[in-house]
Design a protein around this ligand. Sequence first.
Ligand SMILES: [Zn+2]
Length: 376
Amino acid sequence: MPSNVLELTQTLVAMPSPSSVSNAEISDYLAAHLQQHGFDVERLAYDDNGVEKVSIVARIGPNGDGERGGLGLFSHSDTVPGNPGEWAPYTPTVADGRLIGRGSCDMKGPLAATVVAAAAVDARRLRRPLFVVITADEEVGYGGAYQVARESTLLQGQWPAYGVVAEPTSLVPVYAHKGGARIYVTARGRAAHTSTDQGVSANFLIAPFLAEMAEMATLFRRDPRFQNAEFDPPTNGFNMVIDDGGCKANVTAAKTVATVGFRTMPNDHRDEAMRLILGAAHKYGLETQEHTFGPFYTAPDSTLVKLALQVTGIAKAETVPFGTEALVYQEYIPEQVILGPGSIAQAHTIGEWIDLAQLESAVGVYTRLIERLCGG
Ligand SMILES: [Zn+2]
């Protein structure tokens, strides 16, 4: 099996794993690879409507009772769809210092860099454990990461103290990203043909709430209390979509659902924002259901962020607007950083590519982090 990062990335790109199909092949390949290099490997799978989704947890190093500390390198093996009609997504091609192919950047290249760095480790020299975690379904709701967090016996009781989520950040350490909040607001009317005038339109029932949301959009955009200047943009991206089931113009809508959402940040007064939205809905007798997940945040002056800056030679850690599985792991891992080769601008594009020089330097970056956090 390839021990060089370019070859390994090429091999992985050539194994199609869009989230709609099983990622068993690529997961089993990586599991075997890590096993050959002395890792204990755990295979976690679930059935996704008849499609097997597989995540891998691999561990090497001292195995003392309740052994704490060490480092986890986290990635995912699924990709967005390949769109084979428009290019050759699964035929990795090297040109002009780039590797082109679906997943080269998000995130089979970064994944390969973590595996190459981890596989080169001399287990006898490790003072603290090293974990490699490769999940399914990151692109469609973090199903694999949630399963790993709930069920991995290798991780339970001895999560690493430090985590690196290897999403593409152009090798700039990232210490925070936004989370999210969703509120589903439902109005129930009665369907009838408008000629009878017997109906009750759910659209008219929900209309005054919608008008208040339009005012709230202005409030969130204007009031710095609901913003955080550490992020670009600092605003919470407040949005609303409406679904009345495609009701015809001569029928009253039986049910209308407005989905209201915003992105959460530290110190963004999101509880107050949530109260304002729910309060408006309840005032008009509407049903509500909400779901919130906080932002990912590790203090920029934490041990891990400082070390990440040192090993990358970057002056200042940043925040990003996109989400990652760090959200799932932060409950268990005290300090995490998002750090990987390649630009997020390439992710999910037709003609996706990763810079070969970045890919190579990522192996060095992960190697130095392993040495500092797990080594002697
Ligand atoms: Zn990704």
